[in-house]
Design a protein around this ligand. Structure first.
Ligand code: NAD
Ligand code: TYD
Length: 353
């Protein structure tokens, strides 16, 4: 088979990466999709077990911090494009161990850029697409939205590492002429998200009758987007976005954490046929996250006007589907939260009190 593209998707065994791969594999049978992933605690090949038999899918275990393993993958699979999602992605972990974030998110990204720069001959034939976060823009007050032109103001080690990697991607465009695209997205939710992030953690804890730890006063605000809509946006930007440009992606769907947690509780009570308020009783206010950003919200008018993208489903539908998926996949949760994660979670839990 001669492939029209051979795309290296880094971090494809993670939450968003697995949704991106699922979409590309089925929509583009002429593309070979190479899932390049180190399989950290956050990466799980089970996330792709429904498509891993497809002819145009290959898994390649590798580490973006090891330039040789990237180069080998480029050579072996004649990589034409990169969609880069591999990262350390959890803010709380970045607070307790920032260096891992510098190494994976910054050094790993520069390693990938270097291999792309030296392997590709005519840069206009190849795309290096970096998936990033709205957290690079900092924290908003009660008003306003992040735009593509909002100055960077990262405030956690995670967002500082992502901001740095964004800058390197742009620097390789301006300095060496690589064709690059970037997108900065708000908080994703959906199936296969590791249960250390807010929504799956709360679902998991309700199911296990454990406390629901809400940081600080619970009034921090996040804009939530269904992960499948993020994958659709990534497909759109990869194919139709402009060289060197950045696109903000968001759901225009702001929630305070406490309202969101209460909504999850009430949906779970209904779905599990439990008395109303039984899950809400598990809510426990705990010590705030250090440097906790107050509010994120995205102006997604550029991607809507230029590429015709907007979220395909409402939050109510997406949240309900998500909860149904976790209810139907308790074995997945058991599997991914065993071992190393259990120890980490226990330690975090004890520290917050
Ligand atoms: P995730 O933590 O679920 O998955 C990360 C994946 O990267 C895992 O499969 C892991 O094994 C892999 N990985 C980590 N280090 C690696 C290395 N050194 N080499 C190769 N693979 C490695 O993350 P996610 O939530 O799916 O996020 C994916 C990307 O999207 C990240 O770059 C993140 O910054 C960005 N993003 C996430 C969100 C969100 O809400 N989750 C929002 C906007 C942007
Ligand atoms: P999270 O899912 O970690 O995403 P991010 O920090 O990247 O936005 O957290 C979402 C929000 O929920 C954030 O304001 C922190 C808060 N939060 C809690 O209140 N309790 C928790 O146990 C977690 C994990 C997060």
């Amino acid at each position: 088979m001669s492939w029209t593209k051979s795309i290296l998707v880094t971090g494809g065994a993670g939450f968003i990466g697995s949704h991106v791969i699922r979409r590309l594999i089925s929509k583009y049978p002429n593309y070979r999709i190479v899932n390049f992933d180190k399989l950290t605690y956050a990466g799980n090949l089970e996330n792709l077990k429904d498509i891993d038999h497809m002819d145009n899918y290959v898994f390649c275990k590798g580490d973006i911090c090891d330039p040789t393993s990237i180069q080998d993958a480029f050579n072996k699979y004649e990589i034409t494009d990169v969609i880069h999602l591999a990262a350390e992605s959890h803010v709380d972990r970045s607070i307790s161990g920032p260096m891992e974030f510098v190494i994976t998110n910054v050094v790993g990204t520069v390693n990938l850029l270097n291999v792309a720069k030296s392997s590709w001959k005519v840069y206009s034939n190849h795309i290096f697409y970096h998936i990033s976060t709205d957290e690079v823009y900092g924290s908003l007050g009660e008003e306003g939205l992040f735009e593509e032109t909002t100055p960077y103001d990262p405030r956690s080690p995670y967002s500082a590492s992502k901001a740095s990697s964004d800058h390197f991607v742009r620097a390789y465009h301006h300095t060496y002429g690589l064709q690059v695209k970037l997108s900065n997205c708000s908080n994703n939710y959906g199936s296969h998200q590791f249960p250390e992030k807010l929504i799956p953690l709360m679902i998991h804890n309700v199911l296990n009758n454990k406390e629901l730890p809400v940081y600080g006063d619970g009034k921090n605000i996040r804009d939530w987007l269904w992960v499948v809509d993020h994958a659709i946006a990534i497909d759109e930007i990869f194919h139709n976005g402009k060289n060197g440009e950045t696109y903000n992606i968001g759901g225009l769907n702001e929630w305070t954490n406490i309202e969101l947690v209460k909504t999850i509780c009430s949906l779970l009570d209904k779905k599990l046929d439990r008395p109303a308020d039984s899950s809400e009783k598990l809510i426990t206010y705990v010590k705030d996250r250090a440097g906790h950003d107050r509010r994120y919200a995205i102006d997604a008018s550029k991607i809507e006007n230029d590429l015709g993208w907007k979220p395909s489903i409402t939050f109510e539908e997406g949240l309900s589907k998500t909860i149904d998926w976790y209810l139907a996949n308790s074995a997945w949760i058991e599997n991914v939260t065993s071992g190393e994660y259990r120890n980490y979670y226990q330690q975090q839990y004890e520290e917050r009190g």
